[in-house]
Design a protein around this ligand. Sequence first.
Ligand code: HEC
Length: 188
Amino acid sequence: MSTDKRNIWVGAFVLVAVGLFLSRGADRIAETAPPRGPGLGHQVSLETAAAWDISIPPDGHNLPPGSGTVAAGEKLYLARCINCHGKRGRGLSAEELVGGVDGLTGDYPEKTVGSYWPYATTLFDYIRRAMPQDAPLSLTSDEIYALCAYLLFLNGVVAEADVMNAATLSAVEMPNREGFVRINEMAR
Ligand code: HEC
């Protein structure tokens, strides 16, 4: 047998041996740890599906019970938000949360919660699912209402004594509420 042929045989043997070794290892893993996956194909109960639905539409009808004051929101803001969003919602690395009103038509429009967002209820939805960015979904409903109250107060949209809950937050009129073109108006 030539050296080349022998090398091919030795190579093939090594490949098969390694293959057998790996597949035995895989069998062992499969025996000890059940495969983890997204669990597709399993029916979920209506209650489970309802618990996943945390979306808050503009009219706020899915808002949970609870309430929060501006003072409580300020305390939370100082503890959980200020490191990224800055003092009173401005001036650090993350989005400006306050100000920019009157600036949307200028050369450098500043889109903040106060200047741009059409619905206050979106604030609850957004903070609940995404903030603080380093610990999303960690805030209670009372805490989120308080943070909404504080940010809306800083934006001059609610008064310092106002309390936010499902009813009051849904009733807030944002300054840019009429600043969007509705789809049915676009068709005209
Ligand atoms: C670790 C940094 C960090 C922390 C802490 C943090 N945020 Fe944010 N936040 C961000 C970043 C970054 C964005 C922009 C995300 C994007 O545009 O995708 C953002 C966006 C937002 C927005 C949307 C602003 C807009 O106009 O789009 C809101 C509201 C907000 N944060 C509220 C909060 C509140 C309330 C807290 C405290 C509970 C908080 N954030 C804590 C980093 C942070």
